[in-house]
Write a protein that binds this ligand. Structure first.
Ligand SMILES: [Zn+2]
Length: 167
C-alpha cells in the first residue's frame, strides 16, 4: 500500500503521514512540528550561554507563519532573525530584546509569508551531525529564512529600532 504523505503548509516538507494533530502555535504539519520538538531536545540541552534554541525557534516561527500563527509570533521571529544576521546577537540577547518589545503595547501587523519558503528546512538541520555542524546549519537556516522574507525587511528593521538604541 502506498504510504500517505503530508505536506507541511509552512516549509513545504513532505513527510510520511503519522496522523499527528496540527500544532496550535505554528502554521505547520504535526509531522514537521515533531521534527522541531526533536531539535528542541537538542537545542535546549545545549548548555551554551548563547542560547541557540532561540535561533531555531525564530527560524522555525518565521518559516511557519500564516494560517493560525499569531502576528506577534511572526513579528518576533523576524526581529530575532534580523538581530542575529545583521547585528550578531546571540540567542540570549534576542530573548532579552523580545522581552523588551513585549513590554511595549504594540499592535503587530499581519505579515504575509514569502511565496517561496527558504530552501533549508528543519529536516536538513536534524540531518547535520549534533555539535558544530548542526549549530552551523542552524545559523545557515536563520540566514536563509531571513533572506526569504526580503519583502518585510524594511518593516522589521524599523520595528527592531527600539532594542538597538537600548544597547
Ligand atoms: Zn514545516
Amino acid at each position: 500500500m502506498k504510504q500517505s504523505i503530508v505536506k507541511c503548509p509552512g516549509c513545504g516538507l513532505m513527510l510520511p503521514n503519522q496522523y499527528f494533530a496540527e500544532p496550535s502555535r505554528f502554521h505547520a504539519s504535526g509531522e514537521c512540528m515533531e521534527l522541531f520538538n526533536q531539535l528542541s531536545y537538542y537545542t535546549t540541552s545545549h548548555g551554551q550561554p548563547e542560547f541557540i534554541h532561540q535561533l531555531a525557534l525564530d527560524a522555525y516561527g518565521a518559516q511557519h507563519s500564516g494560517g493560525i500563527t499569531r502576528s506577534i509570533t511572526t513579528a518576533f521571529s523576524l526581529i530575532g532573525l534580523y538581530l542575529v544576521v545583521e547585528h550578531g546577537f546571540t540567542g540570549k540577547q534576542v530573548q532579552q530584546a523580545h522581552m523588551e518589545l513585549g513590554r511595549k503595547k504594540i499592535t503587530w501587523p499581519e505579515l504575509t509569508p514569502p511565496p517561496t519558503s527558504a530552501a533549508i528546512t528543519i529536516q536538513e538541520v536534524l540531518q547535520a551531525e549534533a555539535g558544530e555542524s548542526r549549530d552551523a546549519m542552524i545559523h545557515q537556516w536563520v540566514h536563509e529564512v531571513w533572506n526569504s522574507w526580503s519583502h518585510a525587511h524594511s518593516w522589521v528593521k524599523e520595528a527592531a529600532q527600539p532594542v538597538l538604541h537600548a544597547e
